[in-house]
Design a protein around this ligand. Structure first.
Ligand code: SF4
Ligand code: FE
Length: 482
């Protein structure tokens, strides 16, 4: 059954995870002021699914269980499903102005679903059935699943098996009749501590010598030997100061963790790939493709909030009638909607895989993500332009509440007379948060490197771009006969 937001929070509270932050073990991550906003973002994926007006977008009927499931656990059955996914992500971005984290699991679900099917066909393995069992369990219980792909990778010029330290890529260290034992680490794990389960996948295509590294599986977050070290975000400790104003977005956020697998046991029925090296590349390509599509939704939703914030700042500054400001808002909208076009286009051009689920058009998904590595930066630049320098020089809320300084700040930092100084400072703090505070992790650097760095998309674009066909077209028009 679908969980309510509150049930989701309580379900995460029950899982005893091993988490470290600032050199200490975090005993109560659910109520930690630095971590709680990220949990609230995931909660939004549950809350919205409860609202009748969003039911079509946020939920779907699973053909495997016959029941209504949250779309974040759904296996895409059509191009309409693929487009609804992107629209859902835009909605969640609009409601949180942050990374809501649940997409990685959805993208891993769909990539593992089709890859296990094709691997079983080639090797007579049993991975697809293993995965179907796991997927049905997650759908029935409305679980949040993290997708863990990125290894720490060590020396980038060396294959996994050739690294000085064999653990720099996660690998099998022991094979037992009942399963395998793995060791390694996954970096940048978005939302893992807000998840019930984690699906681990290989990080790149692999050669025959990398057999032990071609491993995919799922384990719950309280598995022995699995622990997380929280990544710092710019301005993270502001959340500990208790000021709602100074953090810009006090309710929502994202979180990442370096996740260690220290001799973790994986039972046989949770294994989805184990040594079939030639399928590692397919799994990576499909997962990355889905996640590159995802950014044409989530980053657009966050962009909507940032464009809105810039427009509000212009109103409060009395600059909203200036033609260059209007034009900058048009440019921001144009860039943001271009990303959305890419997300929708790669979905509309999707095709069924052999397993029956739908895969996005890989060329267009890579073009989508390539644009995401650029446009949010330009949108942020224009937002900073419109906001003005006060977004980084305004005094703290403590000064604003001070009996002596408050009235002075209120007097001198007012924009248009009809708007309170407090509201002006609030909108500027939101722009700061998205441009260079905690949310910039998700909106900027993650736009660059998340779902693969720019060069990874350029390799895919060169592979999928079919230059030979384009040359033929040109020769035909020019009447060249060779
Ligand atoms: Fe979802 Fe976007 Fe966060 Fe990735 S970055 S998990 S697509 S919200
Ligand atoms: Fe991401």
């Amino acid at each position: 059954a679908l969980m309510t937001g509150e049930q989701y929070i309580e379900s995460i509270r029950k899982i005893k995870m091993e988490i470290y932050m600032f050199g200490k073990k975090v005993e109560n991550p659910v109520d930690d002021p630095i971590l709680r906003p990220s949990l609230n973002s995931v909660r939004m994926t549950y809350d919205l699914a409860q609202m009748p007006e969003y039911q079509d977008l946020m939920t779907a009927i699973s053909p495997y269980t016959g029941k209504r499931v949250n779309r974040f656990t759904h296996i895409h059955q059509s191009t309409e499903d693929l487009m609804n996914k992107v629209k859902m992500q835009r909605l969640c971005g609009q409601k949180t102005a942050a990374c809501f984290q649940r997409c990685v699991g959805m993208d891993a679900f769909n990539a593992v679903f089709s890859t296990t099917y094709e691997c079983d066909k080639a090797h007579g393995t049993n991975y697809h059935e293993n995965f179907r069992k796991f997927m049905t369990y997650c759908q029935d219980n409305d679980l949040t699943v993290d997708g863990a792909m990125t290894d720490t990778k060590g020396d980038r010029s060396l294959a996994p098996h050739a690294q000085a330290d064999p653990d720099l890529f996660l690998h099998v260290v022991e094979r037992r009749p009942d399963g395998v034992v793995v060791r390694g680490a996954k970096a940048h794990q978005t939302g893992i501590l807000n998840s019930h389960e984690v699906i681990v996948m290989p990080t790149q295509s692999m050669g025959p010598d990398d057999k032990d590294y071609a491993i995919s599986f799922a384990v719950p977050l309280d598995t022995k030997g699995l622990y997380m070290i929280i990544g710092r975000q710019s301005c993270d400790t502001r959340k500990r100061e208790g000021s709602e104003m100074d953090v810009g977005n006090s309710e929502f956020g994202g979180v990442e963790a370096l996740t260690i697998f220290d001799n973790v046991f994986v039972p046989n029925d949770r294994i989805f790939l184990n040594g079939e090296t030639e399928f590692a590349g397919m799994l990576v390509e499909r997962f990355a493709g889905y996640h590159r599509q995802s950014y044409g939704g989530c980053k657009v939703g966050v962009g909507d909030v940032l464009i809105g914030a810039a427009a509000v700042a212009a109103d409060y500054n009395g600059a909203n009638k200036a033609s260059h400001v209007k034009d900058k808002l048009i440019e921001m909208t144009h860039l943001n909607e271009t990303l959305f076009c890419c997300g929708i286009a790669c979905s509309a051009m999707g095709q069924p895989t052999e397993s029956g689920n739908y895969l996005i058009d890989l060329l267009l998904a890579n073009v989508c993500k390539q644009n995401v590595t650029r446009f949010p930066y330009e949108i942020v630049r224009l937002a900073e332009d419109i906001a003005g320098g006060l977004m980084v020089t305004a005094p703290s809320e403590a000064d604003f509440r001070d009996p002596k300084l408050g009235p002075v700040i209120d007097k001198y930092l007012r924009g248009v007379a009809s708007v309170t100084t407090e509201n002006r400072l609030r909108i500027l703090r939101l722009i700061e948060n998205l441009s260079l505070g905690t949310a910039a992790v998700g909106y900027r650097t993650e736009s660059m490197h998340g779902a693969g760095s720019p060069q990874a998309q350029r390799i895919m674009i060169s592979r999928q771009g079919n230059l030979a066909h384009k040359k033929e077209l040109a020769k035909a028009i020019a009447h060249i006969k060779e």
